[in-house]
Design a protein. Sequence first.
Length: 156
Amino acid sequence: MGVSRRSYAAQRGVSEAAVRKAIATGRITTLPDGTIDPTRADSEWGAQTDPAKQRGQHAKQMGAETAAGTARAAATKPVPQAAIRAVADTLRDAGTDPGSPEATGGEVSFLRARMANEVLKTQTAKVRLERMKAEVIDRARATAMVFDLARRERDA
């Protein structure tokens, strides 16, 4: 038998509404009798919580718990192998060691996926900036110009 929502909220240092929301969204699970196993709920909470959306001192503690717990946390939804490879390729291109999808057991931690997302956003912003500075040329326009030049040379 576990503890009530209210007592778990007090142990965790959050509001009862936060515990109810965590149960409703599936971040933590209850026992069949509706009570909460604090140990299991703490590990689920840490593994399923985005540290970037946390505030205050509790966020620092949660960030450390999430970073340690995410790698071993079971995924609630299966992740396609293509997505796992895409994260690994992006991290490899950025110069970090992503580890192979086989070595990580086919799991992608939230922090690794977020890092890959940030790398892609940075790369996209860099290309946009280069276009704005006119350092990158339009591929279709360049192809058309080369084709036209070759045609004129052939006709001459």
